[in-house]
Design a protein around this ligand. Structure first.
Ligand code: ASP
Length: 438
């Protein structure tokens, strides 16, 4: 049987009008049986997310400041939703318990989790679904990491007894029963956990964009939506800064082989982006799936004659990095040169040390740090089959008079990484997008 789990983000549940859209979406298909809400998000630009309001209430209470005004703001958000939807639900008692807890040193995570908890109570009432509190069924270990196996066994057993349920996102509990949240945006993770627990055929993640875009809309005017992307491609693009989904939300569904469908609550007619393990059954003529990039990298270029025949040279460069506690991103090398690409922030306070360590361990002819480097990842499963992709990238950049500082092709041929100067970053991204996508 077809079974779907739906997660709705904060903007999809920001007010009563958004709740109505959510109800219409859920009721449009009988397979949509399990729903994960976030806390109410922003209704307009400049508005506050309820989660942020809860965090500031917590901070005020810690400083012994009065929380009446800020807590009332939160209460008003929920009361408005309840009254505009015409529900008879009364959350007065819940509000009192939460306020008292905040004033009596409740934990920060408990306070933040109440945004999802209250929204879950309202949504369950509005949809006529059972309410399942994740405090009892989503578990963290003593060290604070998510306990996936214990959660899966217990959550799947309990959800078998519920034909339809609303499970608030973002939190679970520690072994001693106290509430713990995931990191910000963590309702995505709850959705994924529930999808795995019920063995869903699809995890629908409803947000306010019609899917994962092929490039950053702040740089490319109206970029196309990616219709199908693999988990591996998504990881490459997300790593370079493209985000729609919490990174940790991938693991539970990927493990269980459940695809994710990113959808837009405000345009439910759009089919969105499918995220799958294996895209071979989907037809696509696209060579490129997406382009993403970041500025703020540095390269350490080490040069030494006959480097290629010196055994252990690379190892010694890496040893110097390890000693300096610096992570590296890429290691492009030539016959007598080796470069290490590093996030510039990693070098803070460590420049002299890393240079002297590399010199001590490798005795190079020259060594130089160059800053202001941008990296662009051109990602696509279609590149393995297509000839001339790199040539097209290089000519597009040459035509735009952009100097390429570094090239690195992943061994899976899933991506080509290009390094350019920060000042050329935007023009480079635009040139590559225009070449492949138009
Ligand atoms: N409400 C939480 C946040 O704002 C979790 C979420 O929305 O996914 O981060």
């Amino acid at each position: 049987m077809n079974l779907k789990v739906l997660k709705f983000g904060g903007s999809s549940l920001a007010d009563a009008a958004q709740f109505q859209k959510v109800k219409a979406i859920v009721e449009a298909e009988p397979s949509r049986r399990y729903v994960i809400p976030s806390a109410p998000g922003k209704r307009f630009s400049g508005d506050a997310k309820v989660t942020d309001l809860l965090y500031s209430c917590f901070d005020q209470a810690q400083l012994d400041q009065d929380i009446d005004e800020s807590f009332d703001r939160i209460v008003k958000r929920y009361e408005e939703i309840i009254s505009e939807l015409g529900l008879t639900l009364d959350l007065q008692r819940e509000f009192e318990i939460i306020k008292t807890s905040i004033l009596h040193n409740a934990g920060r995570d408990y306070v933040a989790s109440r945004g999802e908890y209250l929204n879950g109570l309202i949504l369950a009432n509005y949809l006529g679904f059972d309410f399942i509190d994740p405090q009892k069924y989503i578990f963290f270990k003593e060290n604070g990491s998510f306990d996936s196996e214990r959660t899966n066994v217990i959550l799947s057993a309990v959800l078998k007894g519920h034909q339809h349920a609303v499970i608030p996102g973002f939190y679970g509990s520690m072994p001693n029963g106290t509430i713990k949240t995931f990191s910000r945006g963590g309702s995505d993770i709850t959705g994924s956990i529930v999808a795995r627990a019920v063995g869903a055929d699809l995890y629908e993640n409803w947000t306010d964009v019609s899917g994962f875009l092929m490039a950053d809309p702040r740089i490319i005017d109206n970029p196309k939506v990616i219709d199908v992307i693999t988990y591996k491609e998504l990881r490459e693009l997300s790593y370079m800064g493209a985000t729609v989904l919490h990174e940790d939300a991938i693991f539970p569904v990927r493990y269980a082989g459940i695809p994710i469908n990113i959808r837009n609550t405000n345009c439910p007619q759009d089919s969105g982006t499918m995220i799958v393990s294996d895209a071979s059954s989907y037809n696509s003529d696209n060579i490129i799936t997406g382009i993403a990039g970041k500025v703020g990298f540095s390269s350490i270029a080490v040069e030494k004659d006959m480097m290629n025949s010196e055994i252990g040279f690379g190892k010694r460069v890496l040893e110097a990095l390890e000693k300096s506690e610096i992570c590296f991103e890429h290691l492009p090398s030539g016959i007598d040169t080796m470069s290490v690409i590093i996030n510039t922030k990693e070098l803070e306070g460590k420049r002299d040390f890393i240079l002297s360590e590399i010199c001590r361990l490798t005795v190079p002819d020259s060594i130089e740090i160059e800053d202001n480097l941008a990296l662009i990842a051109v990602v696509g499963r279609g590149m393995v089959k297509a000839k001339g992709t790199a040539a097209r990238i290089f000519s597009a950049l040459a035509d735009a008079s952009i100097n390429i500082k570094m090239i690195d092709q992943g061994s899976s041929e899933l991506n080509i990484i290009i390094g350019v100067e920060d000042k050329d970053y935007i023009a480079a991204l635009q040139a590559i997008y225009a070449e492949f996508i138009g």
